[in-house]
Ligand binder design. Structure first.
Ligand SMILES: C[S@@+](CC[C@H](N)C(=O)[O-])C[C@H]1O[C@@H](n2cnc3c(N)ncnc32)[C@H](O)[C@@H]1O
Length: 249
């Protein structure tokens, strides 16, 4: 085995042990609970745009985008545009390194605020970004996204909009099939299922009604996807436990 493969093999063994470590698991969950109460995930930027993610998940997405070399990334949930600009920047780097030259990211949001749209469209990487305003599960919007995905070779999907079970399940039904075999459909904020209901006093979602329950429901009838447990065991601190879905067939 080449040295790199040996190293990766050793890492995989270490990650499995790490993922099964109950003390580290409890400490990570406790840290997440404390950090979430401080709105930790709201305080980061990517190339000048606020990105509502944990740094660990941003690094995970970098690994995936390099691995799968998408020519299209579909994202639901734009907010300030940080995740769109992040994806655009990764696609730019892939292109610079000889990957797909015309890869792009398509964002969908029910409410693209004017100031966010202006800033995203003025960004140096905006040529790789397009946006659609509307509910991600409305038939007119899903039709537009499907049209954009037609003919693409490697499609990566990220779901990060309304976090109720019903909405995420509808998003999975609409968008997960666009994921190319070998690529990923990433469902963010599955973490909600593992938190206390008091964390979401003014939200329609919470434990029992979350992206994670939607993932579990979807996977009952979609054997073409498997949860990449290795990713969450590696990250430990992630908003997407059971949310990194790999399309295996
Ligand atoms: C958590 S934020 C997205 C964060 C962004 N992905 C990032 O990493 O910075 C959720 C976004 O979903 C949008 N949203 C809520 N309901 C939606 C729906 N039905 N369809 C599309 N977007 C929706 C909200 O307007 C909000 O901008």
């Amino acid at each position: 085995m080449a040295i790199y493969e040996q190293f990766k093999h050793k890492c995989a063994e270490e990650v499995a042990v790490q993922g099964a470590d109950p003390v580290l698991g409890r400490a990570s969950r406790e840290w997440i609970n404390l950090a979430n109460a401080r709105k930790y995930s709201y305080h980061f930027e990517w190339l000048g745009r606020p990105i509502i993610q944990y740094p660990q998940d941003i690094l995970a997405m970098q690994e995936l985008i390099w691995l799968v070399q998408p020519d299209l990334i579909i994202e639901t949930g734009i907010a300030h545009g940080g995740s769109l600009i992040f994806s655009a920047s990764m696609l730019e780097l892939n292109a610079f390194c000889g990957g797909p030259q015309n890869a792009e990211v398509l964002g969908v949001d029910i409410d693209i605020r004017a100031h966010n749209r202006v800033a995203i469209e003025a960004h140096p990487l905006s040529r790789r970004v397009s946006m659609i305003q509307g509910s991600s599960i409305s038939p007119e919007i899903t039709a537009q996204v499907k049209a954009k995905a037609a003919g693409k070779k490697s499609v990566l999907v990220c779901l990060d909009s309304n976090h109720t079970h019903e909405h995420v399940l509808a998003e999975l039904e609409a968008y997960a099939p666009l994921t190319s075999v070998g690529n990923y459909c990433v469902v963010f904020d599955t973490l909600i299922e593992d938190m206390s209901a008091e964390m979401f006093p003014d939200r329609p979602w919470g434990p029992g009604n979350s992206p994670k329950t939607a993932v579990w429901e979807y996977l009952k009838t979609h054997v073409e996807f498997e949860i990449d447990k290795g990713m969450q065991h590696k990250l430990l601190i992630t908003v997407a436990p059971d949310g990194y879905l790999k399309r295996v067939r």
